[in-house]
Write a protein that binds this ligand. Structure first.
Ligand code: TTP
Ligand code: MG
Length: 599
């Protein structure tokens, strides 16, 4: 590969490379691959967007550094270090090494399913996806091809790449089979994604007089036998460590961290902060700017981090330094679901008939999701992203719960028709104000458990909900920016996620200044509706509701500007309950951190 020096700064080149640069199986030195990606992206709207965000982040970092320089003047650093040391001592006292936590993650999940069903693909370099890859076989990863990568770039990296279309219902089937095996070892295990889960095997090991490693080997063998998948596993005393460890010996491997305080701290010492779940590309850059590259550096820089606590989240970082996090594994609480949605990203389409076809396909997937998960909803939100990357939503509230494809498409298409003509690169439908059609009055944990295996776990692009929460504790939400790809990958995975909060305008392009659904109301009466952006419950009619949603979106945009924040980094993988700039939760909300239950 010819090494031509691009004019971009390093940070932009890294940003353009996408969020999956840490994936297992990729070549160690990614710099040449990143340069090719930067070259191939040049001139595109995506490139311009990334460039703008990179500049914003640079400005934000400069402001942070200015702040650091001003607060550091006259500060008693030795005292600050002592205070941080005291916090570390307190944290250390709460460390719990008694639970055996396992994180398992299937290897090249979609690709493995494709190989199972078509053995000719075995050993070949191939990707799974359409315009964007959802994943790549380990053979393809050697060429730099990976998840969330636009196809034309993947082909530049490896022109002979074989491409296989996604078959989500099949992945969902295999995912269920995987979760069924895992539940045998921990009935209250937590499925954290389509292909990953947390288990607490303490009881199983005790009851069966097994060592942790032996037990995990048995689990992996059984998964392979029953599903055909190979999975990798991390064994550690808490969830954060287990997750970090499951990537260590990927593919088809396992790694156990010694259950020993010193060994854990020394393991963390040289670990790049980027490996900590929740620290993505943005926070990686922010931390690097203050001299923190590894978890060991967190200790060295503890005085500065203390001074910048508000921006960085001291406690989250100190926990990461010590390798302490929650060890509570429990099934997801079904009531937590606020919305079910499906989105599709595609290369810009201006043809209205084609857009309607895509919408129909989305309605079909959403119906499938609703059927699988048992939800129906009373508010339908259409989301679209222009080819210029601006995002808009239009919502309609109803007087009944819907989930059939026909209802979803008929209402969704009416919302869209009002806006046409448009040139779009993303369309999505989301149901909110949900009703659990499966709720037959069973109470307590039993009910949650019964449902846990049925619900397709939400895919998270290496950043799951836990990570989002960790991120929220830092300077800015460090949710990975999603290039055209990840949205597609994840959302096409049929895995419900909330709409992104990157909407930037108050009035849609074709609305000519009026609320978009003005004459589309099904009812004049006011009703209680929940805003899909900020979760506020409103007593309003549809006009009022749409006006509120628009206001909420513009408020997010204004706050974004005011904080100079690259809230751009709040991408569609998160499900914020509030507009990004208004939803700063602190470190306490990170489920990786110790919760009350973990002693
Ligand atoms: P991952 O577990 O992140 O990736 P993987 O299983 O393909 O590869 P490995 O774990 O061995 O590194 O994701 C599981 C599946 O989720 C993946 O096969 C495809 C899908 N996915 C997306 O749809 N979008 C994404 O951005 C990522 C990362 C994955
Ligand atoms: Mg995987």
């Amino acid at each position: 590969m010819a090494a031509s020096k691009p004019p971009e700064g390093d940070s932009l080149v890294k940003r353009l490379a996408g969020p999956s640069t840490g994936k297992a199986g990729l070549a160690q030195d990614q710099s040449e691959i990143n340069r090719i990606i930067a070259e191939a992206s040049k001139g595109s709207k995506f490139y311009e967007n990334e460039k703008r965000k990179d500049e914003e982040l640079t400005a934000r970092i400069n402001r942070l550094l200015e702040k650091r320089d001003s607060v550091i003047k006259g500060a008693d650093l030795a005292r600050l270090e002592k205070a941080a040391d005291q916090i570390l001592i307190d944290m250390e006292q709460k460390r719990d090494l008694s639970q055996i936590i396992v994180h398992v993650d299937a290897d090249a999940f979609y690709a493995s399913v494709e190989v199972m069903d078509n053995p000719e693909l075995k050993g070949k370099a191939f990707g799974v996806g359409g315009g964007v890859l959802t994943t790549a076989s380990y053979e393809a990863r050697k060429f730099g091809v990976r998840s969330a990568m636009p196809m034309h770039i993947a082909k530049k990296l490896y022109p002979e790449l074989i491409v296989v279309r996604c078959r989500f219902s099949r992945y969902s089937e295999v995912s269920k089979a995987l979760m069924t095996v895992l539940q045998r070892y921990d009935p209250t295990m937590h499925p954290a994604g389509f292909d990953e889960a947390y288990l607490n095997i303490t009881k199983y090991c005790r009851d069966h007089e097994m060592e942790a490693e032996e037990c995990v080997q048995v689990i992996r063998d059984e998964v392979h036998k029953e599903t055909g998948l190979t999975i990798s596993a991390g064994i550690a005393p808490n969830k954060m460590l287990a997750k970090i460890c499951s990537d260590r010996n990927k593919p088809n491997g396992q790694f156990k961290l010694p259950f020993d305080r010193r060994a854990i701290v020394s393991f963390m010492k040289d670990l790049s902060v980027r490996k900590v779940p929740g620290i993505g590309r943005v926070n990686e850059r922010v931390l690097e700017a203050i001299g923190v590259k590894t978890c060991g550096d967190i200790y060295t820089q503890r005085a500065v981090i203390t001074l910048l606590d508000h921006e960085l989240g001291l406690h989250g970082l100190l926990h990461a330094h010590l390798g302490i996090s929650s060890n509570v594994v429990e099934p997801p609480i079904r009531e937590a679901r606020k919305s079910v949605g499906v989105e599709r990203t595609f290369s810009a389409v201006g043809d209205s008939t084609k857009l309607m076809e895509i919408l129909e396909n989305i309605a079909e997937s959403l119906e499938e999701d609703c059927e699988q998960t048992g939800w129906a909803g009373k508010t339908l939100t259409l989301k679209y992203k222009l080819h210029t990357y601006e995002v808009f939503t239009r919502a309609r509230s109803l007087d009944r719960y819907i989930r059939s494809k026909d209802d979803l498409f008929s209402i969704g298409s009416e919302l869209l028709r009002k806006e046409l003509p448009l040139r779009l690169r993303l369309l999505g439908l989301r149901l909110t104000q949900l009703k659990d059609l499966r709720d037959k009055g069973e109470k307590g944990i039993k009910r949650f458990f019964k449902d846990a295996g049925d619900e397709p776990p939400r895919k998270r692009n290496r950043l799951n909900d836990e990570e989002d929460d960790f991120a929220a504790s830092m300077m800015e939400d460090d949710i990975e920016e999603i290039p055209m790809d990840e949205e597609d990958a994840r959302l096409n995975g049929g895995t419900p996620n909330a709409s992104p909060n990157r909407q930037s305008k108050k009035v849609s392009p074709n609305s000519k200044g009026r609320p978009a659904d003005q004459d589309e109301e099904t009812s004049d009466s006011r009703q209680r509706l929940v805003c899909p952006i900020c979760s506020t419950s409103l007593l309003t009619d549809n006009d009022g509701f749409n006006a509120h949603v628009d206001y909420c979106l513009s408020r997010g945009a204004i706050a974004e500007l005011a904080t100079l924040g690259s809230q751009d980094d709040v991408g569609p993988i998160t499900s914020p309950k509030k507009p990004p700039a208004l939803s700063k939760s602190r470190a306490g909300s990170n489920p990786f951190l110790l919760s009350k239950k973990a002693k």
